[in-house]
Every structure is written in C-alpha cells, then in structure tokens.
Ligand binder design. Sequence first.
Ligand code: GAL
Length: 335
Amino acid sequence: MKVNNALKVTVVCSQLLLAASVFAAESKSADVFYYNLTDSFIANLDKILTQEGSEQGINLKKYNAADDAYAQSETLDIALADKKDTPLLINLVDSSYAGEFLASLPKDTTRQIIFFNRNVSDAALASYDNAWFVGTSPRESGRYQAEILVSYLKAHPDYDKNKNGVLDLVMLKGEQTHLDAVLRTQEVLKVLNEQGIKYKVVFSANANWQFQKGFDFMDQAVSSLTFNNIEAVVCNNDAMAMGAITDLNQYGYNLEDANKYIPVLGIDAIPEARKAVEEGRMLGTVCNDATKLSEVLVTMVKIDTKDSEEISKAIGLPVLDKRISIPYHKICNAQ
Ligand code: GAL
C-alpha cells in the first residue's frame, strides 16, 4: 500500500512536471509587428513565419500597420503596457523610430526586441542590451542580380538592339530612402561597370516595392521610349518586376515570341517570380530567404538569450554587433 502511494505521488508529480513543461512550451509566444501585409515579400514571409512558429511551438500574434507609422507606434505602446514581457518581433514602418521606441521601454524590462527586414541604426541597437536586428546585406543581392544580367548579356552579344553602343536600362526602385533599394541599385551599376558593360539608365523611378507601380512605370517607359530602346529592366524587388512583366506581356513581350523579349530581373524569389523564371518570362531573381529569416526569428524567441555566441550556434550564422545577416541565393533561368 505504502509502495503504491509512493508510486502514485511519483506519477502525479511527473504528470505535473509534464503538464508544466507542456504549458511552458505552449505558452511561449511573441508579438509580430509587420510594416505592411500588402507587401508581397512580407505577406509571403508571414505565411512561412506562421508555419515555422507552429512547428516550433511558438504562438505568434500578428499586427499589420498597413504602412502607417503612427498606427504602428500606438500598437507598440499597447504591447509595452503588457507586463508579460512577451518578445516583440518588429518590422518598422519608419526605421528611424527604433531608438525612440527602445528609449520608451520600462527601465526594469529585459524583454527581447528583435527588429527585422527594415534596418535600424547601430545607436538604437546599442541603447538596449536585448535588442537585435535580423536582415540581409543588400549589396549582396544587387551583386547577384547584376551577375545574372551580365551572364545573359555575355551569352547574347546582340543585346544592343538600337546599336547605340550602350545597354539601355530601365531601373525600378523601392522606397527612396530604404537601404535595400539604395544599395541594391548602387551595386548593380557597380558590377556592370566592373564587368565593362557600358550602360545608360534611360528610365528610373521609385515604384516603392509595389506591383501596380511597377506596371504603371513600365507602361510609361514603353510609351516614351518604345520597345527598341529598352534593353533590360532591373527591379529592386519581384513585385515591381512582376508588374513590369505583366505590362510587357500585354504587348506580347516575354511570352512565346523570342524576338519580343526584354530581360527583367527582380529580387526576393516570391512564388509568382519563381514561376515567371521557370516559364521564361523573367530572366532571374535573387532569393531573399524568408525561410531562413523565419527560422532565425523563431529560434531566437525560443532560446531567448542575450548571449550572442549561443544565438550564433543555434541559428548557424554569425552575430556581429547584435546584427544577423541572412545570406541571399541566386536563382536564374539561363536564356
Ligand atoms: C525588402 C524586399 C522588398 C520589400 C522590402 C520591405 O527586403 O526585398 O520586397 O519587402 O524589404 O521593407
């Protein structure tokens, strides 16, 4: 009898422990603040991140600022009033708000704050010891994009359709002050120079990452320049590239007729762009790795440590000055 009681106590205790650990695993959660869920890359990231969270037992609560910086700061204030110290994953509408936001944290908090996708300053990161940034090195994507273009041009020495001695280039860029847009553009042009490709930017516009703006600007470029004077279209992301391709397609370009083709490049490797590359409507894209980004964010929440080395070991990437850079990969369709 005594033995049985002891056994019972042990069983009950271990069940309690089990319940506690299941509860702990189930109760691990994080709040995610997106700058804008109509952004194609962010919407795709959201799908992947949600999946990753559920696989790793992290409950993610999402907020969409719909590109409204003020609304986002209000939502963040509400989150701070929550005493649970839930980790916050923040994709800022206005990157310059990071410092002010961190300064508004209660003095006794140790809450984990991870900014992602939209870069924040070193000063902001240094101002709070549990603040991190997970992003990319934008120049790397510009370089890969340019390399895809250069190998196409080398394989097609007749690319200079109007025989003016230069590559006539349309550039569709992201938001004017967004580092991804600025550095990707600079790097593409730098690589073209390094590779001895003479070019002229014949049309350039900030299409702010958007499909519709990509479509509209491409249409403007086509009507002002005509097809013969456009020899490549380089876009800072896929959504704008897909807009440009959709515009070209309505004129029979980048479909079946090999004589009606303009190389178009994007960045992100969203599913629509991967398909367009496979179908030969788009020359290439560069993978902005939403899967690895999601894995890193969820792992960081899960291990919840301020030890850079521990984070680095868990995610398999270096952590330098509280920054983690997710590598890009090249995806292309040799034509
Ligand atoms: C970039 C991405 C763009 C856009 C932007 C938003 O990294 O390539 O498509 O999503 O982030 O900040």
